[in-house]
Design a binder for this molecule. Sequence first.
Ligand code: PMP
Length: 407
Amino acid sequence: TVTFSVENVRKDFPILSATVHDRPLVYLDNAATSQKPIQVIDCITDYYKTYNSNVHRGVHTLSQLATEAMENARLTIARHLNAAHAHEIIFVRGVTEAINLVANAYLSLVPRGWQILISAMEHHSNIVPWQLAAERYSLKLRVIPMDSHGVLDLEAYDRLLKAENTALVAVNHISNALGTINPVQQIAEMAHKAGAVILIDGAQSIPHMAVDVRAIGADFYAFSGHKACGPTGIGVLYGRENLLEAMPPYMGGGEMIKTVTFEKSSWAELPFKFEAGTPDISGAIGLRAAVEYLQRVGLEQIAAYEQELLEYATAALREMGGICIYGQAPQKASLISFIPDGCHPYDVGTLLDNYGIAVRTGHHCAQPVMDFFNIPGTVRASFAFYNTKEEIDLFINALRKAIKMLR
Ligand code: PMP
């Protein structure tokens, strides 16, 4: 049962009282990026107003304050993910950078000819870095297939694991194109049994559920702050200590070294080995505030409420008829990808915007998913814990009008 007050939560998000085309904003593009509560915004401005300074090098007071705030952020995130150590938390720009880091640094250790497995429902950021690395390190890239409901075929996955030496499996926790919640714990167990490590793309799970990286067996887990009420430009790569220790640096520069001479350099301890250059200090501090905000509302509460929104919106779309929903997995997060019969997703999105409704249209950076269903793209409505059933009613009414105009 849901006990938190959506009304109170909404007061924390200044943007939710905005108007678009003279209508109240109905923001249903949360899978692309979430809105930010005032607690996060204030925390960032407070940093710039009162203790802005570079970290890890100054002995002066402001630098120490900034360093402490950043390392506290790391600790909060480590606890949030149930990581064993704070130094297993690497600050990066987001999922994209996290995956590129692993694809470059971890795969450099893998014997030539081994395979990498990804799934049929990955975001481009969990495809292209592996393609580049496969080329660079002479590895093979294979794809775990899915069925027409958007559910991964685990028997085919098992066969793929048994067919070749597998270095790494990379799958998303929740598909941003279909909403499928993947059984990552089982996928991880199977990978480990085959001697492979697993990277879980948590871009869509971190805002919607409690994640315990050790319980799900993640060797690497990546997320972006901006999808979880945090600022843009900051994200996290969690990596198991022994793996991160064994990996060479990804980028070189200041902060990531122990010693430098013109002949040779040596690397700093974790996590700094992977954090070259001045980091996104305000981002890390803002991300901590975002994580603490989500914890205060409660991720179990958030998950339960968003399931209500998902069921409510799905039922309304089904009742309308003439709507094809892509992604019908039994375990689904609060997003709906659909196409009204006879309409182009882009036109639907444009008309909805006129009513103040923000949805995503297009391939959602998952072109292979669109190719699988043989469609150009979808309309995607994705819900957050600050959305309401009244907003879904506004969306459904506007959709009715849009469809009438287009058919
Ligand atoms: N993976 C998934 C499943 C996503 O939804 C996204 C963002 N749409 C990404 C990866 C990439 O995240 P970012 O652009 O923040 O690096």
